[in-house]
Ligand binder design. Structure first.
Ligand code: SF4
Ligand code: SF4
Length: 288
């Protein structure tokens, strides 16, 4: 029977998820309201250098430790603890750039997916991004005493931040608008940053969470030990084909399952809850 104003279970979970994402953004930038910075390290992409940031991004800390010639024990501790316990839960429920991509995916443009070969190539790209940027950070760490050279090189602090759309959107653009608008007329780098941000936003309207799926170095590292994480989605039925067709329709990360799998333990899953809300009799979230 048609019920006006009925909100289905999947929508309810998504509204709750977006509410939490908004609360996290308010917390992360609450320095603007006079709140002091904290030393909380957050396991998702967050530009620590933002003028109004109250927290430290784990990936920023990882690269910053390497470029300073230090062992990144604290950053790796946070990232590995998160990935082994809740996997990429924070990607689904807290990351501001993840939220922005979720919003872009609401734009009513036909969603597409890549063929198998293209998907494989793009997935390899994300491992290349991790290796390249951590190696760059390590190299800068070897010459970290040369302060004058460092000052001239924008990559010498946190190399990935230079091109990170999260950093451009939440740190660089607000800084430039408030303090140095002339940078948009004088710096080629400013326009490279903006072009990469636009590419991220536009791609996520057609391929939801494009950046998370194929580029983000932190998402890649968080997904590596996914077979061993405690938080898993148990598959309670044998309806593999039905589950895959539902995932193809509702999963933002385009996860799929193999026949006879007991769990959805894909390294891409961000625990958004869409699939569980769609098929609660077949799927169940479990801890351990
Ligand atoms: S994978 Fe996406 S959601 Fe996760 S940290 Fe990276 S940008 Fe954020
Ligand atoms: S598998 Fe389910 S919980 Fe994981 S990302 Fe896809 S829809 Fe969300």
């Amino acid at each position: 029977m048609y019920k006006p104003f009925q909100i289905n279970k999947q929508r309810k979970i998504q509204y709750l998820r977006h509410l939490i994402q908004i609360i996290v953004i308010v917390f992360l930038y609450s320095k603007i309201f006079g709140i002091k910075s904290s030393s909380i390290i957050v396991p998702f992409l967050h530009p620590t250098q933002s003028l109004y940031s109250t927290a430290i991004g784990a990936y920023d800390l990882l690269e910053y430790s390497l470029t300073s010639g230090l062992l990144p024990i604290l950053a790796l501790g946070v990232i590995l603890t998160t990935s082994l316990t809740v996997g990429k839960l924070f990607c689904g429920w807290a990351c501001p750039l993840g939220f922005v991509q979720d919003l872009m995916a609401y734009i009513p443009i036909k969603k597409r997916s890549f063929g198998k070969d293209m998907e494989k190539n793009f997935k390899e790209l994300k491992y290349a991004v991790v290796v390249i940027f951590l190696f760059l950070a390590f190299l800068f760490g070897l010459s970290s005493q040369d302060y004058e050279k460092e000052y001239k090189n924008p990559f010498s602090d946190c190399p990935f931040n230079v091109i990170s759309p999260s950093s451009t959107l939440f740190a660089y653009i607000p800084w430039a608008l408030f303090w140095k608008p002339t940078v948009f007329f004088t710096s080629i780098l400013a326009w490279i940053k903006i072009a990469l941000l636009l590419a991220t936003l536009i791609s996520s309207t057609i391929y939801p969470r494009f950046f998370c799926r194929y580029v983000c170095p932190l998402g890649t590292i968080l997904g590596i030990p996914s077979d061993y994480k405690f938080l898993k989605i148990k598959i309670k039925s044998k309806r593999t084909e039905d589950i895959n067709s539902m995932l193809n329709r509702v999963c933002p990360m385009k996860v799929s399952i193999e026949r006879n799998s007991s769990y959805i333990n894909s390294s891409s899953c961000i625990h958004c809850g869409n699939c569980i809300a769609e098929m609660p009799n077949d799927l169940k979230q479990e801890f351990f």
